[in-house]
Design a protein around this ligand. Structure first.
Ligand SMILES: Cc1cc2nc3c(=O)[nH]c(=O)nc-3n(C[C@H](O)[C@H](O)[C@H](O)COP(=O)(O)OP(=O)(O)OC[C@H]3O[C@@H](n4cnc5c(N)ncnc54)[C@H](O)[C@@H]3O)c2cc1C
Ligand SMILES: NC(=O)c1ccc[n+]([C@@H]2O[C@H](COP(=O)([O-])OP(=O)(O)OC[C@H]3O[C@@H](n4cnc5c(N)ncnc54)[C@H](OP(=O)(O)O)[C@@H]3O)[C@@H](O)[C@H]2O)c1
Length: 417
């Protein structure tokens, strides 16, 4: 592409000779949403802070300017593909500047920026299936464009969704809450999106046996890129992350309970990595992503994740990738209920994994910088308490008392249903 040659020339002008620009093409088939748009490129170099990039402006129906809300941001998969291709470029990197330590007070957390009587209308950017072939049901990763409004959120919060249409009384549907699955900068690190992880509720009608589909989860799972979505919130202060970059984070989750944990892990690991690692990463080249000044996370995280089958392990590839890249900081333990057996021969649930690792978890929990989070099905709580109670009692500690103190110290966080 001519623009890449021009870019290379510009870099040379500033004495950057070891940069290699890799050519990549995104076909109409890979990015059908780009079809019919023309693109004006320009390249820029800032020698003062060693950054460079390619900017593009899309032109549709004779209008040039900001990228159109729902169409210009590639889907997560496509961005990942482009990122892999762009990653082949060797280039000078700039390390992140150390950041001032800023405490996140509960009073700083955004709450109810948009209320049900005046929701924000966002746009669906992408809707991707998370359940692999042979898995049970459907669960989608949804990304919404929120750039046209003031919606802000932090890791661990939820948003409300109002499904289109009316209920059987002709009234607008009530709000359903969904845990936010993206870190606060959004999946593209541009502060313009929010993501959800939504399972479509389906169950047999107790009287007729006919399959009933949940109203709001079906509305969300069937959204198409470009569709409007009414959003309220954000809400929730129970699942907030500590600011300490050396904290230990234990995450116990079932199914879609992974949503806040994805948000945590992306914030703690991927955000810095994506924003700082490769100046040739496409969203950065396009000027959508700014470098992160967040201090590197040095604590330990441990996710114990319960799902029904292997294809139901939501975000499995990303989680395994994190485990590979951060073996000292991220640990992943799976409980695959319908494939693995617990010691009694029944389904392997998350509480059985907690019992199996109880000694280690108890040692970790007793450290003052350890925070434990539980999200997903309420049914797991009793077993988790039993396992920790058994191990704590060996040290003469009453688990209920200890847990109460942890809650007071904001070190024990629960969002179960
Ligand atoms: C804080 C919070 C966070 C949440 N986060 C997420 C999330 O990240 N992802 C996610 O997918 N969901 C999440 N939920 C759940 C979500 O809010 C909805 O409850 C869910 O999507 C179902 O809503 P629906 O409109 O599809 O179902 P509805 O149409 O409201 O149907 C639900 C109703 O169906 C009936 N029903 C359900 N199952 C059965 C059954 N087996 N037999 C008979 N009747 C039944 C019950 O009456 C139930 O109230 C969260 C909920 C809360 C409170
Ligand atoms: N996550 C949320 O925030 C949330 C909130 C409210 C409602 N919901 C709704 O709840 C439904 C659940 O879907 P999901 O995908 O999150 O979960 P799921 O796929 O139904 O379950 C996840 C895992 O938890 C296991 N499990 C079931 N009962 C358990 C128990 N008592 N203790 C420990 N583990 C248990 C399941 O095992 P088996 O199935 O093999 O027994 C499965 O392995 C969805 O319809 C969703 O809308 C979710």
């Amino acid at each position: 592409m001519a623009i890449l040659a021009e870019f290379n020339q510009t870099l040379k002008k500033y004495g950057v000779s070891n940069a290699r620009v890799v050519e990549f093409t995104l076909s109409d088939q890979e990015m059908p949403e780009m079809e019919g748009l023309s693109c004006n490129f320009s390249c820029w170099v800032s020698p003062s802070n060693l950054t460079c990039g390619i900017k593009c402006e899309f032109e549709a129906s004779g209008t040039t300017g900001a990228k159109p809300a729902a169409i210009a941001t590639p889907t997560a998969k496509k961005a990942e593909k482009a990122k892999l291709l762009a990653a082949a470029a060797a280039a000078p990197t700039k390390s992140a500047a150390p950041a001032a330590k800023k405490a996140k007070k509960k009073s700083d957390v955004p709450i109810n920026i948009y209320r049900p009587n005046k929701p924000f209308v966002g746009k669906c950017i992408s809707n991707e299936e998370l359940v692999g072939p042979g898995g049970i049901g459907t669960c989608r990763h949804l990304i919404f464009d929120i750039s046209a409004g003031d919606l802000k959120y932090v890791e661990g919060q939820s948003i409300g969704i109002i499904a289109d249409g009316t209920d059987d009384k002709g009234k607008p549907h009530k709000i359903r809450l969904y845990s936010i699955a993206s870190a606060h900068r959004g999946d593209y690190l541009d502060d313009k999106t929010v993501s959800l992880c939504v399972r479509q509720l389906e169950y047999p009608d107790p009287d007729t046996g006919k399959t009933v589909y949940g109203v709001c989860s079906s509305f969300l799972c069937n959204l198409k890129p470009g569709d409007d979505v009414k959003i309220t919130g954000p809400v929730g202060k129970e699942m907030l992350l500590p600011d300490d970059p050396n904290a230990n984070i234990i995450m116990l989750g079932t199914g879609t309970g992974i949503a806040p944990f994805r948000s945590f892990l992306w914030h703690l690991f991927k955000e810095n990595e994506d924003a700082n690692a490769n100046p040739f990463w496409l969203p950065k080249l396009l000027g959508w992503v700014k470098p992160s000044d967040k201090p590197k996370f040095n604590g330990k995280t441990w996710l114990i994740f319960g799902v029904a089958t292997t294809p139901n392990i939501l975000y499995n590839k990303d989680l395994e990738d994190l485990q590979r890249r951060y073996p000292d900081n991220f640990r992943l333990t799976k409980a695959i209920s319908r494939e693995q057996k617990n010691p009694e021969g029944g389904r392997m649930y998350i509480q059985h994994r907690v019992a199996e690792h109880a000694e280690e978890l108890w040692q970790m929990i007793q450290q003052e910088n350890t925070h434990t989070y539980i999200c997903g099905l309420k049914g797991m709580e009793k077993g988790i308490d039993e396992a920790l109670s058994a191990v704590a009692s060996k040290d003469g500690v009453n688990w209920s008392d200890y847990q109460r103190e942890m809650k007071k110290a904001h070190r024990w966080h629960v969002e179960t249903y």
